[in-house]
Structure formats: structure tokens, C-alpha cells
Design a protein around this ligand. Structure first.
Ligand SMILES: [Zn+2]
Length: 267
């Protein structure tokens, strides 16, 4: 008999291997640990679980990148004082209080970091999706698997971000993402997933071929739904994330920004 393990189907949603070729003994956290969320997934084998949590020489782990980015978002959503900013501890970011700048530590490439962040969104997405639907094995997620688990850069999946000048500050301890019937239907209809986490909106291409046909329609619908125009011709827009600093960590919302992006969907 199979030992009590974190599996329902006996097959891993990432590598596709089954018990007993792989084991499911370790608790797979849907959202990386130490973020306040305790949701445990299943059908993530120990090998794949380790993969997402282990850095290599060239790349920080997706789990840590996800945690660092959202911790920074959370931290800088509070008003900092000359003392409180010293509580910002990060493996990857450097914050300068007097200049109010946030940078990556010098040894880290923005491109690599950005890619790891995007991959982490896909990792969390599929684990959450599977925990709700038990349908994460579906072949429509093969692109997601190839990108998140195997770092396939030939098929780089596109992620878009909604830039607003107002962010509804997220609750401190809340660390989960919605996976409602409506969001699941959107994946089938558009090939996109709307990833909402800590007050920020991301739109991820799950099935790139489907997305290509309907991208502008979908993103326009989302722009109408999530963008909050503050003034006429404001900066609010949806664009593709190609650089992690397109996320407005420091809430410099009244500083004129010029984002270099192919996509600029407005209301
Ligand atoms: Zn696996």
C-alpha cells in the first residue's frame, strides 16, 4: 500500500513521473514558505519540489525570487521612516533610503532575475490550479511545465502587468491567490490566467497559441476591469513585463515613468 503522501493521482504535475519512480513525502507549499500562507498542494514530487527551492550557480531559485519580490512589495507599501527602512532585509535587493532607490545586488542580472520571477508565477499558478481542479496534468499546461520546470527559453511565456497609481494595500498575513470558477473559465476561453496577489494584477499566457489570437481583446477587457484612471491620459496601463523594475515597488506613482514595452493597453 502507498504510504501517506502528498499525492492524489500518484503522478507529478511537473515531471509526469509516477510513484514509485518518484516520491511525494515532502510538504509542497503552493506559495513558497514563510510568506504567511500555509496552503499545501499535492502531486508535486520531491524531486520537483526540491528543484523549485534550490538555487544554481547561475540562477536564484524561483521560490526565493517569488518571496523576495512580494516581500519587497509588502514592505514598501508601508510608509518608511529613517529607522523603519533598516528592517528591510533581502538576499537580492539593495535599498537606498536617502535616494529612495531599489536595485538588485550587483552580481545578479536583471534579465535572469526577471525570468526567474516569471517562472515562479507559473509554478505557483499550476500548483494552485491543480489543488482546486485536480486537472493540472492536462496537456494544455505543457508550455507551463516546460517553462517553469525546465527553463525552456525557446518558448518564453509572456506575462503582463497592470500598472495603477493606486494599489489596494494587501493584508499583512494574506498569501494566497484566487482560483475561482470564473478565472478557470477564462483559461479555457482565452488561454490566459489572471494572477492576483498582494494587490497586484498579472496576466499570464498559459496557452501561447490561443493567446496570440485573442491577446488584444483579453488585455483590453482586463484593462477596463482593473485599471483605475486617476486623471485624463494618466500612466495607468497594462504592459508586458520584461524587467522586474516595471513593478512599482517604491510606489513612485507621481514620478514620470517611461516604460519600454511593446504593449501598452489602456482603458
Ligand atoms: Zn516531479
Amino acid at each position: 500500500m502507498m504510504k501517506k503522501e502528498y499525492t492524489k493521482t500518484g503522478k507529478c504535475i511537473w515531471c509526469g513521473k509516477s510513484y514509485p519512480d518518484v516520491t511525494f513525502l515532502k510538504q509542497p507549499h503552493i506559495v513558497p514558505r514563510n510568506m504567511g500562507g500555509g496552503c499545501i498542494g499535492f502531486d508535486i514530487c520531491d524531486e520537483c519540489n526540491d528543484y523549485f527551492g534550490t538555487p544554481t550557480k547561475a540562477m536564484p531559485s524561483t521560490n526565493l525570487v517569488f518571496k523576495e519580490v512580494f516581500n519587497a512589495i509588502q514592505f514598501f507599501s508601508k510608509t518608511l521612516t529613517p529607522h523603519s527602512y533598516k528592517n528591510f532585509h533581502s538576499a537580492y535587493f539593495r535599498y537606498n533610503y536617502s535616494k529612495n532607490t531599489l536595485k538588485l545586488k550587483h552580481w545578479l542580472s536583471i534579465d535572469v532575475f526577471t525570468k526567474q520571477f516569471k517562472r515562479s508565477l507559473y509554478e505557483v499558478f499550476l500548483q494552485k490550479y491543480h489543488s482546486v481542479t485536480e486537472n493540472g496534468h492536462d496537456s494544455k499546461f505543457n508550455y507551463v511545465r516546460s517553462y517553469a520546470r525546465y527553463a525552456n527559453i525557446v518558448q518564453d511565456l509572456k506575462v503582463y502587468y497592470a500598472y495603477n497609481r493606486i494599489i489596494l494595500a494587501p493584508e499583512e498575513g494574506y498569501a494566497d491567490l484566487p482560483m475561482t470558477d470564473a478565472l478557470i473559465d477564462e483559461i479555457d476561453k482565452y488561454g490566459f490566467f489572471h494572477f492576483w496577489f498582494k494587490g497586484h494584477n498579472f496576466f499570464m499566457e498559459i496557452e501561447p497559441k490561443k493567446c496570440e489570437l485573442i491577446r488584444s481583446v483579453y488585455l483590453q477587457e482586463k484593462a477596463n476591469e482593473v485599471l483605475i484612471p486617476i486623471e485624463k491620459d494618466g500612466a495607468e496601463r497594462i504592459y508586458e513585463i520584461t524587467n522586474i523594475f516595471q513593478i512599482d515597488f517604491l510606489m513612485n506613482r507621481f514620478v514620470k515613468t517611461n516604460f519600454d514595452s511593446n504593449y501598452n493597453i489602456r482603458r
